[in-house]
Every structure is written in C-alpha cells, then in structure tokens.
Design a protein around this ligand. Structure first.
Ligand code: ISL
Ligand code: CA
Length: 615
C-alpha cells in the first residue's frame, strides 16, 4: 500500500517559524489517533510510535494539520491509558521518549503538529504517588489525593461512569480511609488543594512542552477541585489553576494550544476560554454533536439551529473543537432526558450498544453505512464553526465491535489492507491487543485504506478532497456564522464570512429531495460558485433564491462579488471558473465532478491563506 512520498526532507520542519503562527489551531483539521491502534512496527500485536512514524505520509496525504494522541504514558491500561502511572514515561509497548521525539520531528517535517492528552484530574492507583499516599499518610505524598474518613462528602457530585461505579468514594484497605474519584475506582482524583500537586502537574506539562509538543488536550478538567455544597464541577479555583497553566505556556512556549475537554453546556464551557481569552484557547463543543445525529434522524434543522443560537460568543483568540465521534461513547450527557431516549431508541437498538450515558458505536454503523449520510455528516463537521476533529478509521468508514467490553469496540486496529491483520501487524492474529474487525460489511477485508486509495469515489478520497476545499477558504476556520432561515424545516443553511471570503452552506437533513428558498438579498448581485466543481450558479437577485437538493445532499458555495466590486485576485477566479457550457451540463447532472478537476483546479490557484492547498 503506497501513498505519495513526502516532498520535504525529514530533517526540516514544514511548519512556519516558531512564534509566527500563534492561532494555527483556528484553521487546523485535527485527527485523533490511538498509538495502540494505528500500526504495529515490531509484530507484538500492539500499535507503537515507530508504527505511527511509518504512517505519517498517509496522514500528510490525507491533509490533516494536527494529530491528537490520547495517553501513551506508562499505565496499567485499565482505562485505555487514561489511568496514568507515570506522567513522563512512555508505555514500553509503545516505545520510548526517543521514539516520541523522532515521531514529533517527523510529523513537524511533514507540516503536521501534535497535541497530546494530559490527564490532570486523576492518576492510576498504580501511580507511585498513590502508592505512597495510601501507605504513608504523613509522608510527602500523604496529601496528594482526596482522602476522608467516611463516604459522605460532596453528595451533590454526580456519578459519571454509571455502568461501573455506584459512588465517587472507595474505601482503601491500606490507609483505611476513603478516596475520592470521579471516574473508575482504580483512578483516584489528585488533590489540587495541595500546591505540590499543582507544581508536579506543571512540571510534567513542561516536560512535554520542552520536548516540542504543540499542545495538550486537557482531559476531564471540570473536576479538578471539590467544594462542599456544589456539584464539584467548573469551580472558580479550577479556572484559576488553568489560567496559571496558560501563563506558563504563554511565557515560555509560543504557538502551543490548550484544548479543554469539558463535557458541559456551552454557557459553562465558555468559561474555560477565560474572560479575555486567558485560559484555554480551545474547548470541545460537546452539545453540537448529538444534535447533528438528532437533526438528521428527525429530518429537522431545529436541534442544530437551537444549539448554535444558544452558543455564546467566544474571545477573539478562542476556537471550538467539534467532532462526530471519538474514542469514548457518543455521549448523551448534554441533552434532555427525552432527547436521550430518542437517541437511544434510534441509534442503540441493541442494549449492548449503550455505555454509561451514551452509545458505544462508530460513525459508519451509526449511519447505516449510507454514503450520502456519511458525506452530509462530514460536510457539516467541516463547515460548522470550530476546528473539526476526525477520529482515526472514520475516514474509511470503519465499523465497531459491540461484543468487546467498555469502549473497546470503537478502538480496534486501523484497517490498512485486506492482508493478515488488516496490514496493522504481522503478528499472530491471536496476539492482537484487540481483534481486527471481521464484519462482512465493515471488516478489514472490505473496508481498508488500500482499497479506498484505489477507488477515486471512496469515502477516503472524497474526504481528502473536502479537506482540500476547506483549506482554500479561511472562512471555514475563521469566519462568522449566520444561519439563513427558510420555510423548509429540513434544510439547514448558513453563511460563513471572513472579510471577502464568504461561503454559503446548504444542507438537506432529509433522505428525500427537497426544495428550498433562501433570502439572500444581502448578497444581491453575487454569484454562488459550488466549491467542489466550481460550477457557477445563477446570480443572486432580490427574489428568494431557489435551490433543490438531493436526499441528504448539500452544497458549499463561494459567494463571489459582482465583477465591478471584485478585486484583482478575484478576477483570476473568474477566468479559471468552469465554462458555462460545462457548468450547464454539470448542473443538469447534479453538481458532482471528477476528482481530477478538483485537483487541477486547486493546483492552479493561489491562496492567501497558508493553511490551504494540497501538499
Ligand atoms: O464522553 C464522556 C462520557 O460520556 C465524558 O463524560 C468523558 O468520559 C469525560 O469527560 C472524561 O473522559 C476522559 O477521561 C475518562 C476516560 O475514560 C475517557 O476515555 C476520557 O476521554 C476517565 O479517565
Ligand atoms: Ca508493537
């Protein structure tokens, strides 16, 4: 299986000079990839950092800008590595610090940044700090965790992992006291009241920043501090600590990003950006995701429109992170009880598909592997405000395995080829850290990178082209968002605007063809140019602008200014725009164009924004 070789020598970084691009994360496409699940370089059945290095060409080819690595630190792996037993050591199965350093250099050489997970709320109970804390209450680590004589404290804090835990307190037979934990009972929460804990965490962050990581996904940060009489989430002192972390980053580490993982309502999450953008630069927008699934299944835009309208403004330097799926269950914490029942009824028909307050499935099976729906979801992900975060394997429509425990069913090995172990590993198939997916539809024999590289109509090739198209328009990352209403409730339309870069997105959430009339009077005289084929649509006038969409169809249009107002740059656009005869025939056929055209077109164009263009 081959992808084009990188065009830069690996000794040199393709990234802009340090300090020159502090807001890169606003334009970036992120890609979450599990070290354990991507590629096994030494045939032990477990993915590793050297395997990841071998696959960087593929990721560069795909066109993603930043990789997010979930924890790859020393760990007993009882929670996919989120149970850390040493913050500054690589799990030996994955490699060592030198391998990580090389991985980072090689990613940077290909113009990709790397952020890593940092789990500051809790450690594994195997962490030496916890072992010392439980055995020597008066020692140096005695106060590193939250201990109590009984289990009655903080009764208003909810339980998050309802499938496995019945209390946030667990009795430790060694210390003969209870310890506090918001997640698994083998994951004691650190005691942030203790300044030495804060120092130890900042030291560990510095360790990775010094190695050159481009930032952190800050795991489970709402729970750092506890306070009696509260639900122990989003407390002021938690924000104080995060602001302190940001100060460290700003003082010594230019161009690094803090991405906050707070599964909370938008009004609570915005606080993680800080009042003046002095906390985390990025935060996941959790509530958007389930509403995409609801909107499409109900064939109604309202769930999505409503959450977008409820999303507060954020500081200038801040950016949302949006996603469809990740390594966890599709969480339903940020919906009403009624909506949750609806989601379970629609998307978790087998009770095995449920996990905690969510659904443990991958994107393709959630959408019944329907090409149009998969494309619509990805188009929404790439066009709604925020930086999109893809999940490894979803670019080829990998399936899940609901017979595996916990959330492992969405963490199976990447499927590269139809060969043994899907090209992930040459080890004995029985030795895999998790079995390869062997499903007749989603299994590696059918669903794999190699076959999709060969087929220009595959999901993989389509997604790559859409990422290229996105990169040509800085407005997707930087622009404002304004919904364009219409009388047809199944169609979600919005305008993204960044200076002169104006893009109109029109999405049919219904499985049936739909007409829509849009009030585009503010763009009177503009010409919509469809972005994948560069076909010109009729000029916008004062009457409602009429479009028809195929079932689950969508359009992305550049709104091109009337010629009189166009700048020199845009005249070039006009010259290379597809001739109207071709345009007419494509229009009649329904706006789909051959990949070569898109490729050729984007190759000949100059773009102001450095993020853009195929590499
Ligand atoms: O998505 C969620 C579950 O429905 C979140 O509540 C999520 O579990 C929580 O925000 C923190 O998750 C992180 O820490 C967990 C770990 O199991 C998850 O994999 C990780 O993403 C505890 O260590
Ligand atoms: Ca290995």
């Amino acid at each position: 299986m081959t992808v084009p070789a990188p065009d830069s020598p690996s000794s040199r970084s393709l990234l802009p000079a340090p300090g020159t691009d502090p807001e890169w994360y606003k334009r970036a496409v992120f890609y979450e990839v599990l070290v354990r699940g991507f590629a096994d370089s030494n045939a032990d059945g477990v993915g590793d950092l050297r395997g990841m290095i071998d696959k960087l060409d593929y990721l560069q080819w795909l066109g993603v800008d930043c990789l997010w690595l979930p924890p790859f630190f020393a760990s007993p792996l009882r929670d996919g590595g989120y149970d850390v037993s040493d913050y500054t050591a690589v799990l030996p199965e994955f490699g060592d610090i030198e391998d990580f350093r090389e991985f980072l250099t090689e990613a940077h050489a290909r113009g990709m940044r790397v952020i890593i997970d940092f789990v500051m709320n809790h450690t594994s109970d195997q962490h030496p700090w916890f072992q010392a804390s439980r055995s020597d209450p008066d020692g140096d680590y005695g106060d590193f965790y939250v201990w109590a004589d009984d289990d009655t404290g903080y009764p208003d804090a909810r339980i998050i992992f309802v499938d496995t835990e019945s209390s946030n307190w667990t009795f430790d037979p060694v210390r003969k006291q209870y310890f506090w934990h918001r997640f698994f009972s083998h994951q004691p929460d650190l005691n942030f009241e203790n300044p030495r804990v804060q120092e130890a965490i900042i030291d560990a962050l510095r360790f990775w920043l010094d190695l050159g990581v481009d930032g952190f996904r800050l795991d489970a940060v709402p729970y750092l501090f506890e306070e009696e009489g509260t639900n122990c989430e989003n407390l002021p002192r938690t924000h104080e600590f995060l602001k302190q972390v940001r100060k460290v980053v700003d003082a010594d580490y230019p161009d690094r990003v803090l991405l906050c993982e707070a599964n909370q309502w938008p009004a609570d999450v915005v606080e993680y950006f800080g009042e003046n953008g002095d906390e985390c630069q990025m935060a996941f927008h959790f509530p958007v995701m389930p509403r995409l699934f609801m909107g499409v299944r109900r064939e109604q835009r309202f769930p999505i429109s409503e959450i977008m309208a409820q999303t507060p403004a954020i500081p200038d330097n801040a950016q949302w992170g949006i996603f469809l799926r990740n390594h966890d269950e599709l969480t339903l914490e940020m919906v009403t009880d009624e909506e949750r029942d609806y989601m379970w009824a629609e998307y978790a028909k087998d009770p095995r598909m449920k996990a905690n307050i969510g659904i443990r499935r991958r994107l393709a099976p959630l959408l019944d592997n329907d090409t149009n729906t998969l494309e619509l979801f990805n188009a929404l992900l790439l066009s709604l405000p925020g930086s999109p975060v893809l999940y490894y394997g979803d670019e080829i429509g990998m399936g899940d395995n609901i017979w595996l425990g916990d959330r492992d069913g969405v963490r199976t090995p990447m499927q590269w080829t139809p060969d043994r172990n899907g090209g992930f590993s040459t080890a004995d198939p029985q030795r895999m850290y998790l079995p390869l997916n062997q499903d007749p539809v989603y299994g590696y024999q059918v669903t794999n990178v190699e076959s999709q590289l060969r087929n220009t109509n595959s999901l993989l090739q389509w997604l790559r082209r859409m990422i290229q198209v996105r990169n040509e328009h800085p407005t997707f990352g930087l622009g404002s968002f304004e919904e364009v209403g219409s009388r047809n409730p199944t169609v979600l339309s919005f305008v993204r605007k960044f200076g002169d870069d104006v893009v109109l997105c029109v999405n049919n959430l219904s499985r049936f063809p739909q007409p829509v009339e849009l009030d585009l009077r503010q763009f009177e005289g503009y010409t919509p140019i469809e972005l994948t084929g560069r076909v010109e649509f009729p000029v916008i006038g004062v009457l409602p602008y009429m479009l028809t969409l195929a079932g689950h169809g969508f359009y992305w249009f550049e709104l091109s200014k009337p010629a009189a107002e166009a700048t020199t740059d845009e005249h070039e656009d006009w010259e290379i725009a597809t001739s109207s005869a071709v345009a007419d025939s494509l229009l009649a056929a329904g706006v789909v164009s051959a990949p070569e055209e898109i490729q050729g077109d984007s190759d000949t164009r100059e773009h102001g924004d450095s993020a853009g263009g195929p590499r």
